[in-house]
Design a protein around this ligand. Sequence first.
Ligand code: PYC
Length: 434
Amino acid sequence: MFNNRNGAKNDHRMNGYRKPARYSALDLIRHGLSGSDWPRAWHAHDLRRSYDVVIVGGGVHGLATAYYLAKEYGITNVAVLEKGYIGSGGSGRNTAIIRSNYLTPEGVRFYDRSVKLYETLSEDLNFNAMFAQRGHLTLAHSDSSLRTMHWRAEVNKLEGVDSEVIGPDDIKRLVPYMDTSENVRYPMLGALYHPPGGIIRHDAVVWGYARGVDAYGAHIHQNTEVLGIDVAGGRVRGVRTERGDIATRVVVNCTAGWSTLISDMAGVRMPISTFPLQAAVTEPVRPFLDPVIVSGTLHVYVSQTDRGELVFGASVDPFTSYSMRGSLEFVEELAGHVLELMPSLAKMRVLRQWAGLCDMTPDFAPIMGTTPVAGFLIDVGWGTYGFKAGPVAGETIAEIIATGKTPELIATFDLARFAEGRLVGEKGAAAVGH
Ligand code: PYC
């Protein structure tokens, strides 16, 4: 028997839970030499005629929701529907940055809970997600951005989050390759330094959650596109998919890019516009860059992966689109801006570039919780913040489904705020200007 978070006894782990396989180094070598197939980490299933909960979107948010439903509340008659393969949307296309140095107290508290969940995720999932808390530096090149960094640092400290403003000498100490001299076009006046920030292996987060979901007995259905949502008498009745219909009383929209289309199927309009966000990765080089570096003024952020590649991102493209291809214009501009910061990177080669889709809301904060349609929940509108919120979004949406109550941590992110004029105002915490 296990205690769940509410102190209630439940025995769901004993009930159908298959612990994901744990191998010793010797097992791995033995298996590698044996020539036999590896066991599948998650399985294909027939679509059931009905599920207690249907989650649309097989990214970190959808999988985390299914995982915490099972782990915390023993709710496992759950389907995660993904129109492609798991992690093929924003979860596999982001720059894997984790941080909680936001601007609003609500944002700081919310993302801090996510950082905490990320800190113990590998242990929790028994799968190495490679979270490297190497610190996060947001550079200020002007008095006004330095003022915003001070503001964020104070809000962060009040919320118990480790952040402080540091000067050029400290920046140089943390990143010796950065040009912190004064006679450059964009001198660094200071930076917001956030030691708990860092990067994680985004695919591993998806795979780890998927293994956990599968082990608890919930179903992951890949290549299963949602075609419609049945609503009657003001409540959800089912979901139509390309593989057949499902009866259900709870549907959660955990998509990005297509979030407005899915909500439209339930008759719920959302104030979201979708923009591509481009990113690029270089050839691997020896490790030289420890923290994540962000420059809002130069519209760029950069980190070095454990494999040695530099991963760059920028602001969203200045037009709405569903394109997920990179452009030459982006990579040229990016290179120019990166060289302003670190001229010694001039000879590095870019290997790949891509784009992900960002659902931008008017206040740069997500939209989470219940909707006017009973049983239709939303976890959308993540803009450029989605990946880092995956665990806490899953945890809180699972709580709403299981208890019928909206946790305090996300109450402020409700859909009604737009009609009622209660915007959250998180734009000032965006990695780069938009
Ligand atoms: O908010 O840290 C961030 C971020 C990085 C990439 C996109 N957004």
